[in-house]
Design a protein around this ligand. Structure first.
Ligand code: SF4
Ligand code: SF4
Length: 299
């Protein structure tokens, strides 16, 4: 049993109780306009090019059998449409300008990485969080990891965008101690516009988890004009109050991930989205608190 991951973050304090080791799985069914981890979207490993590290030595050029690297007047251009993420140029590059984002790991191998942090889990009441991307896009691997972690007595959390088959949720839910569940937009038409997909399955899965009395902590990204628009914050508060959700992380939009779009060969990046002001964040937090939610800003 193997899965494809793109990062392991140690000692995270934002992905559940205590100190966490967060495993980021590749692949996401949504395309949120504000996404700050575009490297999570594709399910397979992919090439990233850090132009600022390039020595313009040309060592990578003959390594590419797919014609994806071209010499230009001022350096070397990568045609991401031709790239097959074979990694040959990565191995040749002397400066680390080329990187494969994502690797395939086995359950036992990943468990060994996680177990290095058990002492921190024990001291802080922490554990393991499976995030992404969308971890439920690799359901068999996620189930295997959750089962293995549970057998070791580790606390587990699943950080999900909620978009998965109901049967997948039903299989995974008993194996996780906590769900970190993203809720973005309540109006379905607007949800399609800002994420590229309907929210019907997402909200149905959230309702099911809450009805099953699973531990759910909701995460709500605050993006002016996209999620903070037209009474959406109020509607999120209403829905969560009706479902008995108690805890919410309010996540103000930031621009930290913008440089990644260029490195990964995206044609465009969300460079014009506004960042919420402190007053925007305070107002949204108060609206949500008025619905009885315990709101933590950031997370
Ligand atoms: S990863 Fe492989 S296919 Fe892609 S540019 Fe490098 S050598 Fe070419
Ligand atoms: S091998 Fe690396 S440093 Fe040399 S031109 Fe290619 S990307 Fe730049």
């Amino acid at each position: 049993m193997t899965g494809t991951i793109f990062r392991v973050a140690r000692a995270s304090v934002h992905d559940g109780p205590g100190l966490r080791t967060t495993i980021f799985l590749k692949g996401c069914p949504l395309r949120c306009q504000w996404c700050h981890s575009p490297e999570s979207q594709q399910p397979r490993p992919q090439l990233a090019v850090h132009d600022e590290r390039c020595l313009v030595c040309g060592t990578c050029l003959p390594g590419c059998e797919h014609g994806a690297i071209e010499e230009e007047e001022k350096g070397y251009h990568t045609d991401f449409g031709r790239c097959r993420a074979c990694g040959a140029c990565v191995a040749r590059c002397p400066s680390g300008a080329r990187e494969l984002v994502g690797r395939v790991v086995g359950v036992d191998e990943l468990l060994k990485e996680i177990e290095r942090d058990v002492v921190f889990f024990d001291e802080s009441g922490g554990g393991v969080t499976f995030s992404g991307g969308e971890p439920l896009m690799q359901p068999a691997f996620l189930e295997a990891m959750l089962t293995t972690c549970r057998a070791r007595g580790l606390h587990t959390a699943v950080d999900t965008c909620g978009m998965a088959e109901p049967a997948t949720f039903a299989r995974v839910a008993p194996l996780a101690d906590l769900f970190l569940f993203d809720v973005k937009v309540i109006d379905d038409r607007w949800h399609r516009h800002v994420t590229g997909a309907s929210n019907h399955a997402i909200l149905a899965n959230l309702r099911w988890l809450c009805a099953e009395h699973r531990r759910v902590r909701v995460r709500f990204p605050l993006v002016p004009g996209l999620t903070d628009v037209g009474g959406n914050v109020e509607r999120v508060g209403q829905l969560l109050a009706s479902l008995g959700v108690q805890d919410l992380d309010l996540l103000p939009y930031h621009r930290a991930g913008l440089a990644k779009y260029d490195r990964l060969g995206f044609a465009t990046a969300p460079t014009t989205l506004p960042v919420p002001s402190a007053a925007d964040v305070d107002r949204a937090a108060q609206v949500l608190r008025d619905f009885g939610l315990a709101v933590q800003v950031g997370g």
